[in-house]
Design a binder for this molecule. Structure first.
Ligand code: HEC
Ligand code: HEC
Length: 243
């Protein structure tokens, strides 16, 4: 399978529009930067490629639907890069966000991926605040019931994830991102390709146990409450009721 370059450029242009660039021309800047990176230093790769969409501190950008990735464990990011490169995630142009991410993953050399993944892991986690955290018209209590019954065994009681199950931390991600991913699993845009063993778990979970949009939003609202309070040094201030 070869990536259709012109379609990719189109998708990126459509998604990125005029929203991201810091003074540069978005259409001219984005695809060439991604295609041309030869850097092998993780920080340089992050700043040249990833920061455009995931932010300079890895905090994510809602306008691009790109999640916070700072502090994500390397085992999970490695799995996602393998999924993206091997067509288990981002294979469907109807899912433009992961389609775009797949093109980026394929454009990097294995050593570059290794370096940037290590860099991402040691970046301080960004805790969602404000609109990234608020889930309007939801009932986190209901969400808690579902979480404890159906999600906790894999993602752990505090949603910090469990490497042994391949289940990632859910804290640190924005509410809108988690919501989108659950919808992608439920609709088979993510996790439904034959040999995606971990993705299949989530397709099953969302199909069997998340009956409607309200349930989905309630469980995400509950997950948001598991995030530490403070934007800075999240774990140190977690127990101190910061601001
Ligand atoms: C052109 C924009 C863009 C660039 C550049 C980009 N990403 Fe992404 N990335 C996204 C979007 C959008 C998503 C969300 C995909 C989805 O919805 O499935 C994403 C998803 C991810 C995920 C999956 C997160 C999860 O919770 O599963 C990881 C990991 C990731 N990106 C890492 C990186 C790294 C590392 C780089 C730099 C090498 C990078 N990205 C560059 C837009 C981008
Ligand atoms: C049987 C174990 C298991 C259970 C139970 C489970 N998950 Fe997952 N979850 C996973 C695995 C494994 C992944 C990673 C999938 C992949 O690699 O693409 C995942 C991924 C996710 C993601 C995507 C995170 C990201 O960063 O992109 C979300 C959101 C999620 N799960 C939420 C839930 C919710 C909500 C429930 C309960 C309704 C739940 N999970 C129950 C194993 C599980």
């Amino acid at each position: 399978m070869n990536t259709c370059k012109s379609l990719l450029a189109f998708v990126m242009t459509a998604i990125i529009g005029g929203t991201v660039m810091h003074g540069a021309d978005p259409v001219a800047a984005v695809p060439p930067v991604i295609a041309a990176t030869k850097a092998t230093d993780g920080r340089v790769i992050f700043e040249t490629v990833c920061a455009q969409c995931h932010g300079t501190a890895g905090e994510g950008k809602p306008e691009l639907k790109s999640p916070s990735i700072a502090g994500m464990p390397s085992w999970y990011v490695n799995t996602q890069f393998a999924n993206l490169r091997e067509g288990r995630r981002g294979h469907d142009a109807a899912d433009p966000q992961s389609f775009m991410m797949a093109a980026i993953a394929k454009a990097l050399e294995p050593e570059q991926i290794k370096a940037v993944v290590a860099h991402v892991e040691q970046m301080p986690m960004k805790v969602p605040v404000g609109k990234d955290r608020e889930m309007a018209n939801t009932n986190p209590q209901e969400g808690m019931r579902l979480f404890q019954e159906r999600c906790m065994e894999c993602h752990r009681y505090n949603a910090s994830g469990e490497m042994a199950f391949g289940s990632p931390p859910l804290i640190g991600r924005q509410g809108w991102y988690l919501e989108e991913q659950l919808k992608k699993f439920k609709s088979g845009k993510r996790g439904a390709v034959k040999n995606d063993v971990n993705g299949a778990k989530m397709v099953q979970m969302t199909t069997l146990f998340i009956e409607d949009e309200q349930m989905l939003r309630d469980v995400v609202a509950y997950i948001m409450t598991l995030n530490p309070e403070s934007k800075e040094s999240p774990f140190e201030s977690a127990g101190q009721g910061a601001h």
